[in-house]
Structures are given as structure tokens and as C-alpha cells.
Design a protein around this ligand. Structure first.
Ligand SMILES: [Zn+2]
Length: 57
């Protein structure tokens, strides 16, 4: 079984329930960066997302 990389936007925002799940870490990071920029107007680097927000489940 491959690891699933998960970002729960609730960890960043109190009001957003957006969840990203992907078996591909690069894809998960890209989707997360896009969501953060488009919905929250916040720019995160890939490393920030990986270190602080992405969980492996
Ligand atoms: Zn969000």
C-alpha cells in the first residue's frame, strides 16, 4: 500500500474544511499550493507545506 499524503485545511484555517489527499506527494503539494493561493490568498512554499501541514496517513 502506498502512503497517502493528506492536507487538512482545517489546520490552516478555522473555517475551511477542504481536504487534499493523494498518493503522490508532489501532486498533493501542488494542489495544496493552488488551494492556499486561490482560496486563502496565502503563498506557501513546498517545504512549508510538507514540514507543517502535510500528513502521511
Ligand atoms: Zn482552505
Amino acid at each position: 500500500m502506498a502512503d497517502t499524503h493528506k492536507l487538512d485545511c482545517e489546520s490552516v484555517s478555522d473555517t475551511c474544511r477542504f481536504i487534499i489527499q493523494s498518493e503522490n506527494e508532489t501532486e498533493a503539494v501542488e494542489l495544496a499550493q493552488k488551494h492556499m493561493a486561490e482560496v486563502h490568498g496565502q503563498e506557501f512554499t513546498a517545504d512549508e507545506l510538507k514540514d507543517d501541514h502535510l500528513q502521511v496517513v
